[in-house]
Ligand binder design. Structure first.
Ligand SMILES: CC(=O)SCCNC(=O)CCNC(=O)[C@H](O)C(C)(C)COP(=O)(O)OP(=O)(O)OC[C@H]1O[C@@H](n2cnc3c(N)ncnc32)[C@H](O)[C@@H]1OP(=O)(O)O
Length: 378
């Protein structure tokens, strides 16, 4: 008798860049940039034609966000006060692109942990907040580099790309179109972060994660049953990046100022106020549908944007202040890594979970977008 396919998470993978920037290093370089700007423009500032820039501070960053450090693919370019952006030499079309390269590294880690050969995978979804180019799809390049016979495509739902990818992969498995799907989240956030913007220069870091979603019938022992997934989007301009292929038709791309809408911009306070209740209500509503109480939740692997947001969301879900064990953070070392954040938290903090333990992978971000994936350890 054949059973209906049931999607599970077989494993996850992580690629962490070799270089990291501490808050102290970041603020020292930012403040040098501020001093350079203010002395170069002293006359115009005195005449009221150019705004004087203000220094950043380590204390503010830690208190406002919980971020302590971030990994990056090019530290020197970011910390150069005359440059303030990563320097990544352009590669020829015959070389693997950097976004695909880090995605492949995370995918290989996930495959190895599941004991799965790439030839057994049917599909690759590259789910991330920024693709390196318009086409060909990053997913198809990753598929080719891994030697997978099947199909792949890119999907972008900003910080929620990974959970939207997990649900999409699970749907392919339920529908019988695939038995093994790799969801890959390469995030080079240093490329779209405005390192000259005091309000946001501390937020993001670089990383890649991967999730292997498979039919339970072929999954390795110790996999995670997916109890339920839920996706939600509500349009908002409060997190926005206007970079795109039509920029050249509007008359030039401004990338160099302290404020530019062709990089990440946000109304952080509004995001905080609007997203916390949206996500908390979504999780609680979904728990009700699945027959789960706060006390049933062994661990929450929440999106890693801000410790204060996570504290409030976790409190609403659990009914009490969450311990680090119940709602682990990776912000102190990784910063915000967009779609990869909740997957890093899961990847680094699941080994101690016992068979039967229930947890939640949850993302939220630009769109607004939010996704929940309730899982149970087998
Ligand atoms: C969901 C996502 O992943 S999107 C990306 C991340 N977004 C989020 O996390 C959204 C949630 N919002 C937040 O976390 C917060 O709004 C933050 C961390 C972005 C900013 O924290 P806030 O406390 O809201 O800072 P806010 O911008 O209101 O500034 C507060 C004060 O600090 C000052 N300040 C801002 N940046 C800095 C800095 N780098 N160093 C020192 N002081 C600073 C401001 O000038 C302001 O001073 P004032 O009170 O004298 O006017």
């Amino acid at each position: 008798m054949s059973h209906a396919p049931q999607p599970v998470i077989s494993s996850t993978g992580l690629f962490t860049p070799a270089e990291a920037i501490s808050n102290e290093e970041l603020v020292a370089s930012f403040n040098k940039y501020v001093a350079l700007h203010n002395s170069k423009n002293a006359g115009a500032i005195a005449a009221g034609e150019v705004a004087e820039l203000t220094e950043s501070s380590v204390e503010f960053i830690e208190k406002a966000s919980g971020i302590g450090s971030r990994f990056v693919v090019d530290k020197a370019g970011i910390l150069d006060p005359e440059h303030m952006a990563p320097r990544l030499p352009e590669r020829s079309n015959d070389e693997i692109s950097i976004l695909a390269e880090i995605g492949v590294a995370a995918a290989q880690d996930a495959l190895a942990r599941a004991g799965r050969d790439a030839s057994e995978v049917d599909a690759v979804l590259c789910a991330a907040s920024n693709m390196q180019r318009a086409y060909p799809a990053m997913a198809v390049e990753i598929q080719d580099a891994l030697g997978i016979d099947g199909f792949g495509f890119d999907m972008n739902v900003a910080c929620s790309s990974a959970t939207f990818g997990i649900q999409t992969a699970a749907d392919y498995i339920r529908a019988g179109h695939a038995k093994s799907v790799l969801v890959v989240n390469p995030e080079i956030c240093s490329g779209h972060l405005n390192w000259r913007d005091r309000d946001s220069h501390f937020i993001f870091g670089d990383v890649a994660t991967a999730i292997l979603v498979e039919d339970k019938a072929i999954a390795p022992a110790g996999h995670w049953d997916i109890l339920g997934t839920r996706l939600k989007t509500v349009f908002s301009n409060n997190i926005r990046n206007n970079f795109g292929f039509l920029n050249r038709t509007h008359g030039g791309i401004d990338q160099d100022g302290p404020k530019t809408d062709k990089l990440f911009v946000q109304e952080g306070r509004k995001v905080f106020k609007e997203v916390v209740p949206m996500v908390a209500n979504m999780i609680v509503g979904e728990m009700k549908k699945l027959g789960l109480e706060g006390s049933d939740m062994r661990r929450l692997w929440l999106h890693q944007a801000n410790t204060n947001m996570n504290r409030l969301i976790a409190h609403k879900v659990l009914g009490h202040e969450a311990s680090e064990d119940e709602s682990p953070t990776v912000l102190d070392t990784y910063g915000n890594t967009s779609s990869a954040g909740s997957i890093i938290a899961f990847h680094l903090h699941h080994e101690d979970m016992q068979a039967g333990d229930t947890g939640l992978i949850c993302s939220f971000g630009a769109g607004y977008s939010a996704g929940t994936v309730f899982v149970r350890k087998t």
